[in-house]
Design a protein. Sequence first.
Lengths: 273, 119
Amino acid sequence: MCDTCGCNITHGNQHLIAPGGKLHKTEQGSEALSVLKNLLSENDHMAAHNREHFDRHGVFAVNLMSSPGAGKTSLLEASVDALSDRYRIAVIEGDLETENDAQRIRSRGVEAVQITTGSACHLDAHMVHDALHQLKLEDIDILFIENVGNLVCPASFDLGQHRNVTLLSVPEGDDKPSKYPVIFRAADLVALTKVDLLPVLDDFSTQRACDNVRALANAAPVLELSVKQSDSMEPWLDWLDQEVEHHRQGCQRGETMRPRIQPDGARLHALAT
Amino acid sequence: MHELSICQALIDQVEALAREQRAKRVLSLVVGVGPLSGVEARLLKQAYPVAAAGTLAEGSELDIEDRPIRVHCKSCGEDSDATANRLVCAFCEDWRTDLISGDELVLTRVEFVREQAYV
């Protein structure tokens, strides 16, 4: 093939070098290549690999996201207490520093792996993959992945989870879904936490919080939870039961389950055509 | 912020492409960014030269192509513009919509010079 005299250009491929074509050369002798690559394809590839691991071992994986202090670890503690008689549970904890959260979970007799991210503001699929090597997946039914407390970055990284849960605690205010649309749009379930504080924080409207989630075109259930009121936990535990079952049935049919919204190139096909 | 790690992923892809094309140097690239990608275009531009340093893309220019937020209404079937925190149909105001554009984070174009210069 000759790139100098142009003899390699045929009727079939000349559109590629025409202006706007895939291999169009500019006047300065440089070339431009049109591509369509999702910037996070490396992460998404690893996430798909994690998801395969989970499915092969029948592990249902849930990614918990929220701002710091919204009650992710408390929700996990309460969930572990309520579910450990019928499910084998493990937890991956993401934090910038400390083993505190993993220790809280371990003290309840459940295996927990702490990922300390240093200055990274989110977990990514590679970090989760490394953590998986410390767990025996065949001994796990539900894996909770507690992401770094942050309403921005975790939303951009697929970890291989089957479902996303985004928490919004009452003290944060009911307009958080409007302020941080990316993470609330990604939720398969929105948990309004610390609802025992509603009587004192009466400017928080659960209806408005729900409306703000709907305005993101998200039909996910919006549950009102308080770990201090065990009755309020029932809908959350029921949802987990239902999703575990849904996942189990999917695995039997050889289908995987993915969060409603993928921060990846699902739309690339639409763009490419 | 995660824009630097996204820039590093971008550079990895650009370098792989450049090697594949036997490029000597990358001159510029275009990245399409939608507001719902969770990535801030301004921060991406700031982080880019840092991530590009010492690579084939050092000194190259990053152009950001803003992608609009568009939704398709499942109720009335119309497509319309929307905003990041109000993805409702502009025609019938129903919130049951599908996003058709606005969450992309894609490398769409790379301009480079090959190892053997053209005469």
